[in-house]
Design a protein. Structure first.
Length: 273
């Protein structure tokens, strides 16, 4: 129970965080409770079992005291800070573009990069960040654009939003005008220089985000990192990226991607050995 912290946001949504992972890469974890199914959106590093925490904290018990509903873990993408904890879930969903990377435990595509100083409390004696890797996980459901995850009294629509990664998705609760945005957009600099990032895809995804705001379809964004924000901030973040994605940005991004690619290959070769 000490490893995680949670906060109810109302409407059956809970914010969850890994307390001892002290890093800007620490991902937000969202639990969305439905009348027939519960969904965890992103799963963190997975140094401890998130399903165990949810059960012990009483977050999965329905109001009528019956047995727990089915629990599905959805990865907005397979980067290590979002996918490491998928190993603890029986049902896992990911976009089809990144399913092979998850199945193979591809820590290059998962951009695994963890240091000891980021983990304030090791999960077990003798643990080292050098040992950490995202383990292979067989997804039970492959997601595509337009798929609907039915929770009973609410539906989450899959929006394929590549750019940050090739399989990045947002989940849109249309009825409540809530967008779970993963790393497609959060209140910080958008990262487009990792393996399988693509600026042209990111521009198109940001244009879709702006259209959601223009059509009045989003009022609240629950992102993969940092704080929640509203429609006006969403539009500004997306439009700023589109306006800055010129030639100079593309050149600098290409250089950063090359450096990141080399560093990740070296780091993951050490993990493997």
């Amino acid at each position: 129970l000490e490893w995680f912290a949670h906060k109810p946001l109302g409407g059956g949504i809970f914010w969850i965080q890994e307390r001892f992972y002290e890093s800007g890469n620490r991902a937000n974890i969202w639990l969305v409770r439905g009348s027939q199914r519960d969904v965890v959106i992103d799963a963190g590093l997975g140094l401890r079992s998130l399903p165990d925490y949810l059960r012990d904290a009483g977050l999965l018990a329905p109001a009528d005291g019956a047995g727990p509903r089915p629990l599905l873990a959805v990865a907005t993408h397979v980067h290590f800070d979002h996918s490491g904890g998928l190993q603890h879930f029986e049902e896992v969903a990911v976009h089809s573009a990144e399913a092979a990377a998850l199945l193979q435990g591809d820590n290059y595509e998962a951009v695994t990069w963890l240091s000891d100083r980021e983990v304030a409390r090791p999960p077990r004696p003798g643990w080292s960040a050098r040992q950490f890797r995202v383990p292979p996980v067989r997804p039970s459901r492959l997601l595509q654009e337009g798929d609907v995850i039915n929770l009973g009294d609410r539906q989450l629509t899959v929006m394929h939003m590549p750019g940050h990664s090739r399989g990045s998705i947002c989940l849109h609760d249309k009825d409540r005008k809530i967008l779970f945005s993963g790393d497609v957009v959060y209140d910080g600099s958008m990262i487009d220089w990792l393996p399988y990032s693509r600026i042209s895809d990111y521009v198109a995804s940001c244009q879709r985000l702006m259209e959601l705001v223009d059509r009045g379809l989003v009022e609240k964004v629950l992102p993969g990192h940092f704080n929640m924000f509203g429609a006006e901030r969403l539009y500004r973040l997306a439009s700023n990226y589109v306006s800055q994605a010129g030639v100079c940005h593309k050149i600098s991004t290409c250089a950063m991607r090359s450096i990141a690619s080399i560093a990740l290959r070296v780091a993951n070769s050490r993990i493997t050995s």
